[in-house]
Design a protein around this ligand. Structure first.
Ligand code: 8IG
Length: 277
């Protein structure tokens, strides 16, 4: 167990890619699956998809794998699950997201993505629950992420690492998703630092700069996934309209409730999309 040991990612002289490679070796050992082809991070509302993707080969507590901490948000399962898809590919489902607002630094936020890449995954599916700026999106609507604006102004890249972010959220994968559901809308995801929700003025700012979705994850992870050479598919479940767009105050309980109500439908959607990848 690595729980009582200091997290090596917190030590300044550690190479985070070494930790990711070590974590990937542990996952291979613990799951008996040598390489994974695709990885998914399931955010709020998306958890049910794991049961629908295929046959679970192994379910490992994330705390047994180096670099992973305990989940901070109730309802986020802290496991790494290896699933055999009907097409014979192996999927790694990461149910242990570390959020930027937890304050453990960006290395911890993107460790799961780097680990996924080190297991061999070429496609990273990033999902989240988020607030919607478009009024046509009722709570429970899944939308594709077409691009992002990183309002954390932080980065997982260290030093002079110049990474191109053109087509970060792969057009090819979005088109594949639309073969499953042609009605899928898309939008620009704006990552705020959180954990407070936005003020209505901040939501208007996000809208003015071209944003459609507000959330507290994903953008930093997508940058790390691109650095690692993965192709990225992003999905947001709109659980609420953003502050000031909806007239009532936001509550975490309502967000969880909207997620629960949409869970079966979006789980089915995601499983069918993954089958095309
Ligand atoms: I669920 O309205 C969920 N996560 N920043 N704003 C931000 N994050 C969110 C929201 C929201 N809803």
């Amino acid at each position: 167990m690595s729980t009582s040991l200091p997290n090596p990612l917190d030590l300044p002289d550690t190479d985070p890619f070494d930790v990711a490679r070590e974590a990937a070796a542990q996952i291979a050992e613990l799951t008996g699956v040598e390489r994974h082809d695709i990885a998914l991070t399931l955010g709020s509302g998306w958890g049910r998809a794991a049961d629908l993707l295929g046959e679970t080969v192994a379910n490992v507590p994330a705390t047994d794998v180096v670099g992973f901490g305990m989940p901070a948000v109730p309802g986020h399962v802290g496991t790494l699950r290896s699933i055999l898809l009907p097409n014979g590919k192996h999927a790694l489902v990461i149910g242990a997201r570390t959020h930027y607002y937890e304050g453990h630094g960006v290395r911890r936020v993107v460790h799961s993505v780097r680990t996924a890449a080190a297991t061999g995954a070429k496609i990273m599916v990033l999902t989240n629950g988020a607030g919607g700026i478009k009024e046509s999106w009722t709570p429970g609507t899944p939308v594709l992420i077409s691009d992002h604006i990183n309002l954390t102004f932080d980065s997982p890249l260290e030093g002079a690492t110049f990474v191109d972010l053109t087509d970060l959220y792969s057009t090819r994968l979005r088109e594949l998703a639309r073969t499953v559901d042609a009605s899928l809308d898309e939008g620009v995801y704006v990552q705020f630092r959180g954990p407070q929700y936005e003020t209505p003025a901040e939501v208007q700012m996000a809208k003015a700069v071209g944003g459609h979705i507000v959330g507290m994850s994903t953008a930093l992870e997508a940058i790390a996934a691109r650095q690692a050479g993965m192709e990225i598919l992003g999905f947001s479940l709109i659980t609420n309209l953003a502050a000031g767009i909806q007239k009532t105050p936001l509550s975490h309980a309502e967000v969880i409730e909207a997620g629960k109500n949409a869970e079966a439908a979006i789980g089915d959607l995601l499983a069918r999309v993954v089958a095309t990848l």
